[in-house]
Design a protein around this ligand. Structure first.
Ligand code: ATP
Ligand code: ZN
Ligand code: MG
Length: 393
């Protein structure tokens, strides 16, 4: 590894986005850290064969562009609760735990102890859904490119996309690949010639809610709001940002989706935030509800993020966490106004274009927060938290 320091003024509100986005400047960037102490500059670690000069110019250009295109915003904290106590475990300890196994970059399998906690968290989410009479849905883990294009996902989050493809229906192509795999001890050519593959027709889903909107295409809702809930694995390519179990490639997301008029959805979101604060208080986790925006790697999506901030469309529930920001977003509360309602021609019972919103609970992140705050020994977790999760003595 070789270090590269780039001296450039980076406003504090962009530190997180710059740190996450810098990896997408070049595959040769292995580590990146904004120098918060000095108040400016970014320190990178590059692969030994990296072209330092060209990377410096790319990173500098990208940061300058990002700064130019973003509007400065202030912290917008709605609510804060709980006492911040010292962390009881660190990311490395969690990853080394016998209760999980890392299967690849951003891929984790959980053993029985952690799986039971995740199941209890899922149950809490299901109780929440039941209390607001949300209807259950089950949806595929992949989505067609056309579908996600209609949801505007491709242009907004290109860095996160995971395409799915297949071999063409051609025995010679398929046999050639199988032949290559036979007898090799694990070394497989993962870049077959493009002409052997079908065009990318599908993507791994990045969120659960995208399948809900087209379900109601062309329909008039029978109530306001109509609430739907669904859970499943979601996939986002996070480059070198994958860390402990808080930023994975494949993670479990529980969502409640609201469709209805703007006013009912605003009220619904307020209620969902209040319920969430109660749940996290019961779990013994301190936190805050703060305004946020989606990340903006694509130049065109900076505008959308700014719009989200200006109109308070995205709030997150953040828990203190031993990462660089000192906080982790474990749930988000989003309003999309009439975007999906217009795209998919959905109407409210009073025949107006429906607005939508979604509330997402990241189950892996909540588990991560619990382990960091309460430690790896479940016996030692606070009584109320154990009761809420149904952990037996
Ligand atoms: P971040 O800015 O931290 O990446 P996000 O804005 O991308 O979060 P949302 O799109 O609001 O997150 O997703 C809903 C929830 O899904 C988040 O609050 C979080 O709990 C969870 N989540 C998002 N990305 C990941 C990931 N890579 N690994 C684990 N959980 C995730
Ligand atoms: Zn959603
Ligand atoms: Mg993200």
């Amino acid at each position: 590894m070789k270090p590269l320091r780039i001296d450039i003024e980076i406003p504090a509100f962009l530190h997180r986005d710059v740190e996450h986005g810098v990896f997408y400047c070049s595959e040769k960037i292995l580590e990146g850290r904004v120098d918060r102490d000095a108040g400016s500059g970014i320190d990178l670690e590059l692969a030994d064969d990296a072209d330092t000069e060209s990377i410096e110019s790319t990173v500098r250009g990208w940061i300058e562009q990002t700064i130019q295109r973003s509007l400065r915003y202030e912290d917008d904290v709605l609510q804060e609760w709980g006492e911040a106590a010292p962390f009881r475990s660190e990311t490395e300890e969690i990853l080394a735990s016998k209760d999980l196994k890392v299967m690849g970059n951003g891929l984790v399998s959980y053993g029985p102890r952690y799986t039971r906690i995740l199941q209890s968290l899922l149950e809490i989410c299901e109780q929440l859904s039941a209390s607001v009479e949300a209807e259950p849905f089950m949806t595929p883990a992949v989505a067609t490119v056309e579908h996600l294009q209609r949801c505007d996902f491709l242009a907004q989050f290109p860095q996160a996309i995971s395409f799915v493809t297949h071999f063409r229906e051609d025995h010679s192509v398929i046999d050639r690949f199988a032949e290559q795999c036979r007898g090799t001890d694990g070394a497989v050519d993962c870049q077959p010639p493009a002409e052997h593959l079908k065009p990318f027709g599908m993507l791994l889903r990045p969120a659960v809610c995208y399948h809900i909107y087209p379900y109601f295409e062309g329909e008039t809702l029978d109530r306001d709001p109509y609430l739907a809930c669904a859970v499943g694995d979601c996939f986002r390519y996070e480059s070198r940002n994958t860390t402990g179990i808080d930023r994975l490639f494949d993670f479990r997301l529980y969502e409640i989706v609201g469709l209805g008029s703007d006013e009912t959805l605003q009220r619904w979101r307020e209620g969902m935030i209040a319920e969430a604060v109660e749940i996290f208080t019961d779990l013994g986790l301190p936190g805050r509800i703060a305004g946020s925006n989606d990340p903006f790697f694509a130049a065109g999506s900076i505008l959308k993020s700014t719009f989200q901030r200006a109109h308070a469309l995205k709030y997150e529930l953040e828990v203190p966490f031993p990462n660089r920001e000192g906080r982790l977003a474990v749930a988000s509360f989003n309003l999309h106004r009439d975007f999906f309602g217009t795209r998919f021609d959905i109407q409210t019972p009073s025949r107006e274009v429906a607005s939508t919103g979604c509330v997402g609970y990241g189950l892996d992140r909540i588990l991560s927060a619990l382990l960091v705050h309460h430690g790896l020994d479940l016996e030692q977790w606070p009584q109320r938290c154990r009761e809420r999760l149904g952990i037996r003595a």
